[in-house]
Design a protein around this ligand. Structure first.
Ligand code: C5P
Length: 230
């Protein structure tokens, strides 16, 4: 069987609830994504608890500091044996190189390019000209040159990025199953969303899915339904 590309985003404030949900879904997932919120609230203890479930872990920490500090942080999370860790490409080439060198052999280091919360005006206010799209492509190239494993990108971009970076490892969040949105209600035509299947076909290595599963009335059924489309 093909390995399951679905990583569940465990964005739940309570550790016990996150653990219970992950356990229930275990057989329908390829891994679990723990974000900054989880890590700041529950730290290494929380990660160790979730690790007991036995799925690969994606630590979405979006590290961004001077090279020495990011490398030390990578070494400090080594003991957690993450399968994937994120850093910010905006930290620059040396930071990315040092982060990759400090990561374990089995840890994929992937770069966040431009946060999707930023538009052209926000970038201009930070002194960056041009569109978020152009900036994202520039940072993707830099991440590639720095020897990272891949980047985080949207389902709309992953096809183009895959054509440029053939053996890249691409993490795609922001996905919505065809018939439902995150609240479990059908969404209108006004929303341009990408389905998990479309993202995978376009070259996604990992599909990050949170609320469409975690907030579903029946999370197992939701995960199975998505799995069945892949
Ligand atoms: O929306 P959903 O609940 O599926 O989000 C899944 C995860 O993807 C969340 O942890 C969110 O922080 C992350 N995400 C991201 N970049 C985006 C959209 C979502 O990292 N552009």
């Amino acid at each position: 069987m093909h390995h399951n590309p679905i990583f569940l985003a465990l964005d739940l404030p309570r550790l016990d609830a996150a653990e219970a949900l992950a356990r229930k879904l275990r057989g329908h997932l390829g891994g679990l994504k723990l974000g900054l919120e989880f890590f700041c609230a529950h730290g290494h203890h929380g990660v160790h608890e979730i690790a007991k479930i036995g799925l690969p872990l994606f630590l979405d920490l979006k590290l961004h500091d001077i090279p020495n500090t990011v490398a030390a942080a990578m070494q400090a999370i080594h003991v957690l044996e993450p399968a994937i860790v994120t850093i910010h490409a905006a930290g620059g080439r040396a930071m990315m190189e040092d982060a990759k060198a400090a990561a374990g052999e089995h840890c994929r280091v992937v770069a966040v390019t431009v946060l999707t919360s930023l538009d052209e005006g926000d970038l201009a206010a930070t002194g960056i000209g041009g569109t978020p799209h152009d900036q994202a492509l520039r940072l993707a190239e830099l991440a590639h040159a720095a020897g990272l494993d891949g980047i985080v990108c949207s389902g709309h971009e992953v096809g183009a990025v895959r054509r440029q970076w053939k053996d890249g490892f691409f993490v795609v969040p922001g996905l919505r199953p065809a018939e439902l949105n995150g609240s479990g209600r059908p969404h209108g035509d006004q929303k341009r969303t990408v389905t998990p299947r479309a993202a995978r076909d376009a070259g996604a290595s990992v599909l990050v899915i949170g609320r469409p599963i975690s907030r579903a009335e029946d999370p197992v059924a939701a995960a199975r339904a998505i799995e069945a489309t892949l």
